[in-house]
Design a binder for this molecule. Structure first.
Ligand code: F6P
Length: 478
């Protein structure tokens, strides 16, 4: 596959698979965590695309290969690049900045230099891989400079960019010393997609204020005659795929097994998240524990299963969080559990889709309470798996998914008492109430699935005219 000449290339920081070393020391592949992979994989398969990204680790010089029918081009990274680009600028600067400063972003010039260098290498490789007039779809905050770098190398390409995480309001974005470069990097795309309309508006406003381009509604007019559109495309999941998995015999059997292993409680609460400080895991477990301590719930009747998928383990804030959650779970179970009846069943691990579907089937109350989240696909996966219209979803107002899943029990994750009452309401809700809510949410998720999301992005990208032919002011220099 060395001399690939592809019509669709997906550029993402990560490949959908991670290079791992198996127990016997031999190298193997494991599915990468996170929503991005879940969303793009079906689109890639449908379009016979080529996906380039980092396979994790520091192995160098890996050749393009096919895995499970997907064409993959590994982009190796050195330890310094991982520290500067991935752990540093992407996850120590941009991640907290774009998530409402849930943690404090750090600004380091050497991290920025690494981010620029890695983006350039990705853009150069994408330029080599693509055929004349091909489409390149660049993904997420780790790659925001790629669109313009790629356009400089290959003006013939149609370039789309999609941001999977929130795009902050100007008041926060402005803190970034390299704010103008990031905006100009994104403007290399023909279409810049966001999860929510508010994010697209933040971007347009910043482009007008900080770069000085003329804008009108969702359009930016560039001095070179190009038009860039910024628009919301709320991402989704393979709803039918999840539903049929949930309906399958092995998953049904596994769900029963899980419930029995938990001691057949009256109700099972469930949280599934990457172990990330934006997800609100700590506050949610505290809220649940207080309900037990206050006597509103009993460990004989209710258990909270929390799956925390290991993530970014080299980044200090993530290590601190892991220790905090470990301590909290230990304390809660020590104080409130009984023999064979922990209050919280805590799993620090990642699981295949089948096991996730079985957990979703088991859960009577799904609890998704991030402080800020671009979308949150776990909420949608839960809904897709509840084919009998049962189960309650407790959802943070600050997850993108709350815009669509209005019938969830919506909560402010900073308000512990509010969360406690929502958990209790969801626990006590009668079946008429849960069915009414779930039915409406299922309609939304099945109609707006990941295929519809990709189609709307791709057809909008296809419609962008090459040149708007309007006279515009030159970009203001600041
Ligand atoms: O959806 C946000 C995101 O950062 C993706 O870009 C990423 O693939 C996923 O979460 C998992 O994070 P990471 O690649 O840092 O493990």
């Amino acid at each position: 596959m060395g001399g690939v000449s592809a019509d669709l290339v997906v550029v993402a920081n990560r490949l959908p698979v991670d290079r791992v070393h198996l127990a016997d020391g031999t190298p193997g592949w494991r599915r990468s965590p996170g929503g991005l992979v879940t969303a793009i994989e079906p689109v890639m398969r449908a379009n016979d695309g080529t996906w380039m990204g980092w396979p994790g680790g520091t192995d160098q010089g890996m050749e393009p290969f096919e895995d499970d029918g997907m064409k993959l081009v590994p982009m190796s990274m050195t330890r310094e690049e991982i520290e500067g680009h991935y752990e540093g600028f992407s996850n120590g600067t941009l991640w907290p900045l774009y998530h409402d400063l849930v943690a404090k972003p750090e600004f380091h010039r050497e991290w920025w230099d690494a981010y620029v260098a890695v983006n350039r290498r990705f853009a150069e490789r994408a330029a080599e891989l693509t055929s004349e007039g091909a489409t390149v779809w660049v993904h997420d905050y780790q790659m925001q400079l790629v669109p313009q770098m790629l356009r400089d190398l290959r003006p013939d390409l149609r370039i789309g960019f999609y941001l999977h995480i929130p795009f902050p309001p100007a008041e926060l974005f402005q803190q970034l010393p390299w704010r103008r470069q990031i905006l100009e990097g994104l403007l290399g795309a023909d279409l810049v997609g966001f999860q929510l309309p508010g994010a697209a508006q933040n971007f347009i406003r910043l482009v007008r204020q900080r770069v000085g381009h003329k804008t009108h509604r969702d359009l930016v007019y560039l001095p070179d005659g190009r038009t860039v559109r910024a628009k919301a495309f709320p991402i989704s999941i393979d709803a039918a795929g999840f539903e049929s998995l949930a309906r399958s015999e092995p998953v049904a059997a596994r769900a029963e097994e899980i419930r029995a292993a938990l001691g057949n409680p009256r109700k099972v609460f469930l949280g599934i998240d990457r172990l990330d400080y934006t997800k609100g895991i700590y506050a949610r477990l505290r809220a649940f524990a207080e309900l037990i301590a206050d006597g509103h719930l009993d460990v004989e009747d209710a258990v909270f299963v929390q799956v925390a998928v290991p993530s970014r383990e080299q980044v200090e804030q993530y290590r601190i969080l892991r220790d905090e959650i470990d301590r909290l779970v230990g304390r809660i179970n020590g104080d409130l559990g009984r023999i064979g009846r922990p209050a919280i069943s805590y799993l620090h691990s990642s699981y295949p889709r089948e096991e996730m579907a079985a957990l979703y089937r088991t859960a009577d109350v799904m609890v998704v309470t991030p402080y800020r989240d671009g979308m949150n696909l776990v909420a949608k996966e839960y809904v897709a798996c509840r084919f009998e219209d049962t189960g309650a979803l407790v959802l943070s107002e600050f997850a993108g998914a709350a815009d669509e899943l209005r019938q969830a029990w919506l909560v402010n994750p900073y308000d512990i008492n509010g969360m406690k009452s929502a958990l209790l309401d969801a626990y006590h809700a009668d079946s008429r109430e849960t069915t009414r809510r779930m039915r409406a949410m299922r309609r939304t998720v099945t109609q707006h699935d990941v295929a519809a999301w990709a189609d709307s992005f791709m057809s909008e990208l296809g419609e962008i005219p090459g040149s708007h032919g309007k006279a515009v002011r030159p970009a203001r220099r600041s």
